[in-house]
Write a new protein. Structure first.
Length: 140
């Protein structure tokens, strides 16, 4: 199930890791991997929303500044530079998600407690587990 949590995020986005996380709460191993995949997909969704808002702002500001005013001339050159960069950013993010999902699904299939660079520590903290799945006791 931990392997599926990573692998299914490729086609199931945040829904697949969420379902696996909620269904297999008893297994710390599966919960840890599913939570990492879920956090990655949440970050991915936030980045996509920010990029789409930037895309829309650029489009509408260019239309407002240059499309309605015939004497304004052609759109600025930056307009033609920003669009390919945003598109390239989306493609690179998608490739990164694909690579991360494949690599960590293989690691989860081997039984490793492999953690994503930043999100792994956050997942450990949220689940209150230490390295190797050790339970962290609350400090009194």
């Amino acid at each position: 199930m931990a392997t599926l949590a990573h692998a299914l995020q490729i086609i199931g986005s945040w829904i697949a890791p969420l379902v696996i996380f909620l269904v297999n709460r008893k297994s710390r191993f599966v919960s840890f991997h599913a939570l990492q995949a879920l956090l990655l997909q949440i970050v991915h969704l936030v980045v996509l929303v920010v990029m789409m808002v930037a895309w829309l702002i650029i489009i509408f500001s260019t239309i407002a500044l240059h499309g309605l005013n015939k004497a304004a001339g052609p759109p600025p050159v930056a307009f033609f530079i920003v669009f390919p960069l945003l598109w390239l950013g989306l493609v690179l993010i998608g490739i990164g998600i694909l690579v991360i999902a494949i690599v960590y699904s293989i690691k989860a299939g081997r039984g490793e407690w492999a953690e994503y660079p930043v999100l792994g520590r956050l997942a450990r903290k949220m689940l209150k587990i230490g390295p190797g799945g050790a339970v962290i006791s609350p400090q009194t």
